[in-house]
Write a protein that binds this ligand. Structure first.
Ligand code: GLY
Length: 370
């Protein structure tokens, strides 16, 4: 049940391995990249408690020695203080230019450690071992690395591709249902943005996948990673097409900002709600059929996911304030908001040609339902 997706980026090409049991085989899989049998692993305490020993044992099968740094869990870790801590620790561990750093964790760890690897000694190789569904299907693939600034999320970073990604689908069994479904928001996004057949497959299979079917999990992660790899290969540094991956994200960022990037709304939950709103906006602009936003919402509800703004605990600001929060998004180009809209399921496109009134209307009506 092992799948490989190749990301063909010339001298930065790499494989994403997907399937159960990869942690146990990590030694054999990582050793071809190592000039000496030693790696530095950066992780966070919750992931470490569940998976660090598994990684250590896997590496030990090939005699690979491991040093590990455990950071606090949570988005607040993704900032200057912990970047400094990671880089200074890697230097203290005498990690050299040809050594390999391993990021074991979700998106926060992957983004932070990837950025540390990008700047350490002007760039060392790193292996992503993503432990959340979101990280397996999105953030571990494609080389975006970053930390947050007081000015916004992911504003300080670099494109730095990993040399290998190990997406061990056994690890998904240790996620809470909420975290799994939040990650599923990004899986669904791939169908909605570019593959109507995949979305239809998810409508049929995602409930069983969420319930634990491993073959379906491997297939959902593979198809997601394959789509991401194809887009990243065509547009690595987001000059155009890669922005399609931001379907749902403009609404999501406003909602995340309005809820203080707190537990009230996980990123993938915001993406899922945001996809629904992006289809609603597309429908109102006459771009897609009225049935399309209903189909998106019906699928979210069938999955037991947050669908409406009323599913977010606590009060939200008014539509004008949410629109202003969208303006803080880093996807603002020369003051215009870039939106990902759709001509149908699987037919997303990027535009900056969105009337402010239409966005206000969608947000106002969505708030009125709360
Ligand atoms: N998560 C969006 C991207 O990698 O471009």
């Amino acid at each position: 049940m092992r799948e490989t997706v190749h990301v063909p980026l010339g001298d930065r090409a790499y494989d994403v391995l997907i399937g159960p049991g990869l942690l146990a085989e990590s030694g054999a899989l990582i050793s071809p990249f190592l000039p000496r049998p030693r790696v530095a692993v950066v992780t966070e305490t919750q992931v470490a408690a569940t998976h660090l020993d598994g990684l250590r044992l896997g590496l030990a099968t090939q005699g690979i020695d491991m040093v590990a740094l455990e950071l606090p869990p949570g988005e607040a870790t993704k900032g200057w203080p912990h970047l400094q801590e990671v880089v200074e620790w890697l230097l203290a561990q005498k990690i050299e230019r040809n050594d390999v750093v391993v990021a074991l964790g979700g998106g926060v760890i992957g983004d932070l450690v990837g950025f540390a690897a990008a700047i350490l000694r002007r760039g060392v190789r790193f292996v992503q071992v993503p432990t959340s569904l979101l990280a397996q299907v999105d953030s571990s693939v494609g080389g975006k690395t970053a930390i947050n600034s007081s000015h916004g999320k992911n504003l300080i970073g670099a494109f730095h591709q990993p040399c290998l990604v190990l997406a061990d689908t056994d690890v998904l069994n240790t996620l809470t249902t909420r975290d799994f479904l939040a990650g599923y928001g990004e899986v669904m996004k791939y169908g909605l943005l570019g593959d109507a057949d995949f979305f239809a497959w998810l409508e049929d299979n995602a409930p069983a996948m969420a319930a634990g079917d491993m073959a379906l999990r491997v297939e959902a992660v593979r198809r997601s990673v394959q789509m991401k790899a194809e887009i990243v290969t065509r547009d690595e540094t987001e000059q155009g097409e890669r922005a399609l991956l931001n379907l749902g994200h403009t609404f999501c960022h406003a909602l995340e900002a309005a809820t203080g990037y707190s537990d009230r709304l996980l990123h993938g939950e915001g993406v899922a709600i945001g996809c629904g709103l992006a289809f609603e906006l597309s429908s109102r602009l006459g771009l897609c059929a009225q049935e399309d936003p209903s189909r998106v919402r019906a699928h979210l509800k069938a999955m037991g996911m947050k669908t409406d703004l009323s599913d977010i605990d606590g009060a939200l600001p008014d539509a004008a304030t949410l629109l202003d929060l969208m303006g803080q998004d880093k996807k603002v180009v020369a003051g215009t908001l870039n939106f990902v809209l759709a001509r149908g399921i699987g037919e997303a496109f990027v535009t900056s040609d969105v009337p402010r009134e239409a966005v206000l209307g969608v947000l106002g009506d969505a708030l009125a339902r709360t």
